[in-house]
Design a protein around this ligand. Structure first.
Ligand SMILES: [Zn+2]
Length: 346
């Protein structure tokens, strides 16, 4: 069974203009917990004192899910995350050639040492904390450097290595695809007798985040990141509702309670100030609304003529719209809902 990490409260809050009060974060986390999400990324405690408070609040709430804090490869960040008593710390450090030489002014061996020291330190302080290491912009980094950094992380005790498609670069069916990347990374680590969980973090710059996540799923990835409405930097990441429904319908992953999705999306849309487009899959106002006369006539007899997704799966109802394309079937449907018998055809 694949696991899901929701990053609405961390990545989602990196959407320009989006800010969630701590009581809103709590309400979002509680709904994610009811759905059965495995990990909730609550934020990066070092960024503001409010985020620090929110991470602490969520980690002490007694939810079934694992609460995660983001952290740079810096002792003070790790200390702060540990003090919040989170279940999971996500540590990131880029190993792209440009970052190593231009920004960090270091080389991969020194980075590997720093990764080893920092993760060993965190594990020593709390052996139960789950550690994820992410080489930021993994997929555009030199593969050997990704392996060197990942080996150091796992040997120090990291439980998860995350493949970050930070710029939405990957594309299924091309040489830069997630399926091959997940397989190659796992095989390279297995050869060294290292068996961490593999996660993917797919950005949506080309509109391919979900496709890339499913490509990773096909390769047996263990954890997939998503957020409500796909909120995040630039074009965001994988949309949570679409991911869960596709996995449920097409891949027999039945472990989530999808009936809370609508309530969750309304809450996040309201507090983020970002409207849900009417044609947004699963959650949009029109996602289960039939319009044209031919469609409504057939769908009134048997909805499966124009649906393969039952709205009840996500606690929603089928609707027939009344407008210039409506036929008698739509009118009858609407009148029946008001308790009025069918119109005569005369
Ligand atoms: Zn991201």
């Amino acid at each position: 069974m694949v696991e899901i990490l929701d990053s609405t409260l961390r990545e989602g809050e990196q959407t320009p203009g989006v800010y969630f009060d701590n009581h809103v974060k709590l309400a979002i986390a509680e709904l994610l917990d009811k759905i059965g999400i495995n990990y909730i990324e609550a934020g990066h405690p070092k960024v503001t004192s409010e985020i620090h408070q929110a991470v602490k609040l969520l980690s002490h709430r007694g939810l079934n899910t694992n609460i995660a804090a983001h952290s740079r490869l810096v002792k003070s960040d790790i200390d702060l995350a540990l003090e919040c008593e989170v279940d999971f710390i996500g540590i990131f450090y880029s190993v792209t050639d440009d970052r190593l030489s231009d920004v960090f002014k270091t080389d991969i061996n020194k980075v590997a040492e720093k990764i080893y020291e920092s993760i060993s330190y965190a594990k020593k302080r709390n052996p139960n904390v789950i550690i994820r290491y992410t080489p930021e912009d993994t997929v555009r980094s030199d593969f050997n450097k990704v392996i060197t950094a990942s080996v150091a992380a796992v040997e120090a005790g990291a439980d998860v290595i995350s493949i970050a498609d930070t710029t939405g670069f990957m594309s299924p069916g091309t040489k830069n695809n997630m399926y091959d990347y997940v397989k190659n990374l796992r095989e390279s680590l297995h050869k060294k007798n290292l068996h961490p969980k593999i996660a993917v973090h797919c950005h949506n710059d080309q509109g391919l985040a979900l496709a890339n996540a499913l490509d990773a799923y096909r390769a047996g990835v263990d954890i997939i990141d998503a957020s409500v409405m796909g909120l995040g930097e630039r074009a965001g990441i994988v949309d949570l509702a679409q991911l869960l429904v596709v996995l449920n319908l097409n891949h027999n992953e039945k472990q989530w309670d999808l009936s809370y999705l609508s309530e969750l999306y309304k809450l996040v849309s309201f507090h983020s100030g970002i409207p849900i487009p009417a044609n947004f899959p699963i959650i949009g106002e029109n996602a289960f609304t039939h319009c044209a006369g031919v469609h409504t006539h057939a769908a009134a007899i048997n909805p499966m003529h124009y649906e393969h997704l039952n709205p009840e799966l996500v606690n929603r109802k089928r609707k027939f719209s009344l407008d210039h394309m409506s036929g008698i079937a739509s009118l009858n449907f609407a009148l029946n809902q008001l308790g009025i018998n069918n119109l005569s055809k005369k």
